[in-house]
Design a protein around this ligand. Structure first.
Ligand code: GLC
Length: 530
C-alpha cells in the first residue's frame, strides 16, 4: 500500500451547521460557532469536518437547495468566516470537507430562473424539460423522493421539469456538457480556496434515462416507507453514464494534492461498489450505509461486514457510517445501552469512520410537535416517522437553558435530557460515552492495526461479535457483547492483554484462555504477545 491518505486513516465528523453552535443569537448555528468549538473537536480527536451545505439557499430543504454555489449564506456568516474556519482547521492539522449538491439547484438559482422563462433561452436545456404526456399530464411516472409526482408544470414553456426532491429543487440536465463545465467551475472555486474535499449529495441520481422510460413497480413496496417507494428507480437513478460524470469530478480533484470526495449513495452493495470506478477514477469513498438501518444483531452485522469486505474492489478503501442528518439517531435506533458497542464498532472496523455530531454524547431523537415541524419531508408524508427534524436537534453543550447552543430559543427543540446528556458533564466524567469516543479515536490514531490492519472474523458465541485487526506483527481482537448477559469467549491461546473496555473501568489486565464480557461490554484485546 502507498502512504495512506488522511481520508483513509482519519475520522470524519459531520456537522449539521444549523444545529452545532449559534453565536449571533438567531437560534440557528453558524460558522463562527463551529470555529468557537474547535478546541472541543480537536480534543475529541477527529481529523476532518464535513459541513452540510452552507451556501446561499432559500432553505426549503435547509441548504440542499442552493441558489449560489460559490458563497456562504448570510445565516451562517460570510465567505471570510469560511476562510477563517479553514485557516484555523489547517493550523490544527485538520481538514474541511464541504457538501456539494450537483443533482439539483434551488428554483431561485439564476440558471433555473432563466431556464424556465422560455424554450429558447441560453439555459433552456440545463434542466430536465419534457413535453406533457399524451393526456396532458406528467411525461412519465417518475416520483419525487419526498412524495408525489416528480414533475412540475411551467406554463411559460408549456412543459414539465423533473425534481427528484422538492419542486423547489429542479434537477439539472447532466447530459448537457455546458452543465458539467459550469459545475466543475463551482467545484474549482472551493478547491482554489483550499477545501480538502467534497461530500457529494445524491451522486447516484445525477444522470437519468435518455428516453425517460417509466419506472417499474416495486414488488417489495411497504407503504410505511413512503409513497415514493411504490416504484423502483430503474430509469431515474444509477445510470451507467453517471460514472463518466464522476470521472470528470475526479480528474479535477486530482489536479490538487490530497483532495477527496465521498459520495452519498443508497444502493445495494453490488451497485454501490461500481462507484469506486476503475483504476482510481471514481469517488474515493462511496458512503457505506449498510449499518445505518440494519437490525442491531451481532450475527446479522457480522454477515453484513463480511459481505461488504468481500464485495470491495481491489484498492477500494472501506468506510462506515452509523448516523447522519437523514436517519434516526443512533442512540434511538440501538438503545442507550448499546451506544458503547456501537462506538467500538464504528471506530475499530476497517475503513474510514464518519461520526455524526452528538452521537458521541448519545444524543437521542428529539420529538417535534406538529406545529414546530421544519422538515418538508414530514409535511409531505406526515405521520410515517420519515421526518428528519428529530435527528437534527441542537448540539447539547451544557446544562444551560438552551444547552449552551444558543442564548435564544433554537430553530428546533432542545432535548429534555440535555441537563445530564451534554458535552460539559460527560467530558468531566471519566467513564462517560464521550470519553470512550475520545479514547477509541486516540487508540485508532496510535495503532496502525486499527487504522490500516486487515479484518478477520473471530469465532465467538452467537451474541458476541468478534474480529481481529492485524498489521505486521500486531494482532488486536475486538469483542462486542450485544446481549444483556455476561458472555465468555474462548481465546484459544496462551494470553492476551485488555487494552480497553467500553465501560472504561477495567485495568490493563492479562487474560488467558478465555475472557468474560459483561452485559453490553466491548473489549479491545492485544493478542500480539505469543
Ligand atoms: C441528500 C441529503 C438530504 C437532502 C437530499 C436532497 O439525501 O442528505 O438531506 O434532503 O439529498 O438534496
Amino acid at each position: 500500500m502507498n502512504e495512506p491518505s488522511w481520508w483513509q486513516t482519519g475520522v470524519i465528523y459531520q456537522i449539521y451547521p444549523r444545529s452545532f453552535m449559534d453565536t449571533n443569537d438567531d437560534g440557528v448555528g453558524d460558522l463562527a460557532g463551529i470555529r468557537a468549538r474547535l478546541d472541543y473537536l480537536q480534543w475529541l480527536g477527529v481529523d476532518a469536518l464535513w459541513l452540510s451545505p452552507i451556501q446561499p439557499s432559500p432553505m426549503k430543504d435547509f441548504g440542499y437547495d442552493i441558489s449560489d454555489y460559490c458563497d456562504v449564506d448570510p445565516l451562517f456568516g460570510r465567505l471570510d468566516d469560511l476562510r477563517d474556519l479553514l485557516d484555523d482547521l489547517h493550523a490544527r492539522g485538520m481538514k474541511l470537507v464541504l457538501d456539494f449538491v450537483p443533482n439539483h439547484t434551488s428554483d431561485q438559482h439564476p440558471w433555473f430562473l432563466e431556464s424556465r422563462q422560455s424554450r429558447d433561452n441560453s439555459r433552456h436545456d440545463w434542466y430536465l424539460w419534457r413535453d406533457p404526456g399524451p393526456d396532458g399530464g406528467p411525461p412519465n411516472n417518475w416520483l419525487s423522493s419526498f412524495g408525489g409526482s416528480g414533475w412540475a408544470f411551467e406554463p411559460r414553456r408549456g412543459q414539465y421539469f423533473f425534481h427528484a426532491f422538492l419542486e423547489e429543487q429542479p434537477d439539472l440536465n447532466w447530459r448537457n456538457p455546458a452543465v458539467r463545465e459550469a459545475m466543475l467551475e463551482q467545484m474549482r472555486f472551493w478547491l482554489e480556496l483550499g477545501v480538502d474535499g467534497f461530500r457529494i449529495d445524491v451522486i447516484w441520481h445525477l444522470v437519468k434515462d435518455e428516453q425517460f422510460r417509466d419506472n417499474p413497480i416495486n414488488p417489495d413496496f411497504r407503504p410505511q416507507t413512503g409513497d415514493h417507494n411504490r416504484l423502483l428507480t430503474t430509469y431515474s437513478a444509477d445510470q451507467p453514464e453517471v460514472h463518466e460524470v464522476i470521472r470528470g469530478f475526479r480528474q479535477l480533484l486530482d489536479q490538487y494534492p490530497q483532495r477527496m470526495m465521498v459520495g452519498e449513495i443508497y444502493l445495494p452493495l453490488e451497485r454501490l461498489m461500481s462507484y469506486y470506478g476503475s483504476a482510481g477514477d471514481g469517488v474515493h469513498l462511496p458512503f457505506n450505509f449498510q449499518l445505518i438501518r440494519h437490525p442491531w444483531d451481532a450475527e446479522a452485522i457480522a454477515a453484513t461486514i463480511d459481505r461488504y469486505e468481500a464485495a470491495l474492489p481491489a484498492g477500494g478503501w472501506p468506510n462506515w457510517v452509523l448516523g447522519n442528518h437523514d436517519n434516526h439517531r443512533l442512540a434511538t435506533r440501538v438503545g442507550a445501552q448499546h451506544c458503547r458497542i456501537a462506538a467500538f464498532l464504528l471506530l475499530t472496523l476497517r475503513g474510514t469512520p464518519t461520526l455524526y455530531y452528538g452521537d458521541e454524547i448519545g444524543m437521542q431523537d428529539v420529538p417535534v410537535p406538529a406545529e414546530a415541524v421544519q422538515d418538508p419531508v414530514e409535511g409531505r408524508m406526515p405521520g410515517l416517522g420519515l421526518g428528519r427534524d428529530p435527528e437534527r436537534s441542537p448540539m447539547q453543550w451544557d446544562d444551560g437553558p438552551f444547552a449552551g447552543f444558543s442564548r435564544v430559543r433554537p430553530w428546533l427543540p432542545i432535548a429534555a435530557d440535555h441537563v445530564q446528556v451534554n458535552v460539559a458533564s460527560l467530558r468531566s466524567s471519566p467513564t462517560s460515552l464521550l470519553n470512550l469516543y475520545h479514547q477509541l479515536i486516540a487508540i485508532r490514531r496510535a495503532e496502525p492495526a486499527l487504522a490500516l490492519g486487515h479484518y478477520r472474523r473471530f469465532a465467538t458465541p452467537p451474541q458476541v461479535l468478534g474480529y481481529l485487526r492485524e498489521h505486521n506483527e500486531r494482532r488486536l481482537l475486538v469483542l462486542l457483547n450485544f446481549s444483556a448477559q455476561a458472555q465468555e469467549v474462548a481465546l484459544g491461546m496462551a494470553e492476551g492483554r485488555i487494552c480497553l473496555s467500553s465501560l472504561l473501568d477495567r485495568p490493563a489486565q492479562t487474560v488467558a484462555e478465555s475472557v468474560t464480557l459483561r452485559a453490553h461490554e466491548g473489549l479491545l484485546l492485544d493478542l500480539t504477545c505469543e
